[in-house]
Design a protein around this ligand. Structure first.
Ligand code: UDX
Ligand code: UDX
Length: 441
């Protein structure tokens, strides 16, 4: 089966970069990215300097293909109708209400997508799950497509989870460790799998393209994120023990990571992991385990989240204790709002949590991040119920650290490495040599 046209629903951190790279590597395929948010689409069509997602290398890739075989459009129905293959890359946040609230993934956007595809499609389509989804979601999508679709139209559902990390998305897409494609074991399922393999094979060595059944692929994404997060919680739990015993967490990480069976990556102690995926995916997996009656397994993975919460809290509490327990009249600089360096994304960022706790204890905070926009910081402050009157947002580092009692480093942005000796620096990322307190030391 040859794919000539691709549509991707969801022009976010995943859909945008992934489709830009597919368009670049497959100039013979027309790729159209659509989104219900027309402002987002307008920004994707606007100046390359102001794309809605910041990723190193992204603007160059978009600049290469946009208007040739890469399009961003508000006409969702037309793009679906014309496509042979449709990627679903809409967000799947943790459910806020109803059964599984606070844990299960909210599939309402995925379900809405499936309904739209079913109603609009008049020819056969391959539907690809790109968003991270609970295992067995393909079954749900199949039901919706069957219920609302035209009788003569055939759908094949594939799972093709993304493994890109923000800040290195383009690099990760160019040189993936693996591409995972799950499909039905039927003849038509295997043909659909092959169609997607052929696309990735344009730039990924074939031995790195792994094909599995749909359920393994869906679960592998959740499990991969859970294992990565588990390493961070493991090292973060040990950082607390280091502080009590005089061991140094960086030396410990190095010593542990030199064992080739363990390896050195994802062993950097921090104020905690953030990002749109880790917490959401683990909670989702915990919910699934409970659903299947696997209480012990659920509790094991839940502990990864609990240690992460403990670590964010521990860092903020250390500041509060060192400042005498009462932060009224104290001014604190918050350096870094994004959940990690090289991204403008602040979803689940530890900085938000730490700021809330400091402000709730009476502090005034000054916030600076070189990549996160004022509007996003304001949105987070409002969404998390942080007292806005206690916050000011700065335009540069100098302004932020001027006349403060303490500086808290919450994102590992290189610019925060050398701030000088005279400040009282609390470093949650282990990057500043002059820090008075560094997590795990
Ligand atoms: C999302 C999920 O968070 C992640 O779990 C999954 O692996 C991939 O999709 P991301 O791309 O970072 O990741 O989300 P986001 O930047 O919020 O983009 C989703 C886009 O989908 C938004 O632009 C939103 O407007 C759009 N959307 C959402 C639709 O076009 N239609 C909908 O019905 C819902
Ligand atoms: C993650 C996965 O890495 C990626 O494969 C998946 O597709 C999406 O989720 P992302 O959340 O973008 O990617 O970033 P990642 O680099 O994994 O970092 C997540 C968080 O962990 C960040 O807050 C980061 O600062 C923190 N981290 C990472 C640590 O605290 N220590 C480490 O050693 C590594």
């Amino acid at each position: 089966m040859k794919v000539n046209r691709i549509c991707c629903i969801g022009a976010g951190y995943v859909g945008g970069p992934t489709m830009a790279v597919i368009a670049l590597k497959c100039p013979h395929i027309e790729v159209t990215v659509v989104d219900t948010n027309s402002n987002r689409i307008n920004s994707w069509n606007g100046p390359l300097e102001d794309l809605p997602v910041y990723e190193p290398g992204l603007k160059e890739v978009v600049g290469e293909s946009r208007g040739k075989n890469l399009f961003f459009s508000n006409d969702i129905n037309l793009a679906i109708e014309r496509a042979d293959m449709i990627f679903m890359a809409v967000n799947t946040p943790t459910k806020k209400e109803g059964e599984g609230a606070g844990m299960a993934a909210d599939l309402k956007y995925i379900e809405a997508c499936a309904k739209t595809i079913a109603k609009v499609a008049k020819s056969d389509k391959i539907v690809v799950e790109k968003s991270t989804l609970p295992v067995r979601t393909a079954e749900k999508i199949k039901d919706i497509l069957g219920k609302y679709g035209h009788d003569e139209v055939q759908f094949e559902i594939l799972s093709n989870p993304e493994f890109l990390a923000e800040g290195t998305a383009i690099q990760d897409l160019f040189k993936s460790d693996r591409v995972l494609i799950g499909g039905d074991e039927t003849d038509s399922g295997q043909k659909a799998v092959q169609a997607l393999v052929d696309i990735y094979a344009k730039w990924i060595p074939i031995e790195k393209i792994l094909t599995t059944n749909v359920w393994s692929s869906e679960l592998a994404k959740l499990a991969s994120n859970a294992m990565l997060a588990q390493r961070i919680s493991s090292i973060n739990s040990l950082s607390a023990l280091c502080e009590k015993t005089g061991a140094n967490i960086d030396e410990l990480s190095k010593a542990i990571g030199m064992d080739h069976r363990i390896g050195p990556k994802f062993l950097k102690a921090s104020v905690g992991f953030g990002g749109s995926c880790f917490q959401k995916d683990i909670l989702n997996m915990v919910y699934l385990c409970k659903y299947y009656g696997l209480e012990e397994v659920a509790e094991y993975w839940h502990q990864v989240i609990k240690i992460n919460d403990y670590q964010k809290n521990r860092f903020a509490q250390k500041i509060i204790d060192d400042l005498g327990g009462d932060l009224r009249g104290k001014k604190i600089a918050i350096l870094g709002w994004a959940f990690k360096a090289n991204t403008n994304d602040s979803r689940e960022s530890p900085a938000i949590y730490v700021t809330k706790k400091l402000v709730d204890s009476g502090a005034n905070v000054k916030i600076f991040d070189p990549l996160v926009s004022l509007s996003i910081i304001m949105r987070d402050i409002e969404d998390f119920g942080i007292n806005i009157n206690a916050c000011s947002i700065c335009n540069n580092i100098e302004e932020c650290i001027n006349a403060v009692d303490l500086v808290a480093i919450l994102t590992e942005t290189l610019a925060y490495k050398d701030l000088g000796k005279d400040l009282s620096i609390y470093d949650g990322r282990g990057i500043n040599k002059e820090a008075k307190y560094t997590i795990g030391k």
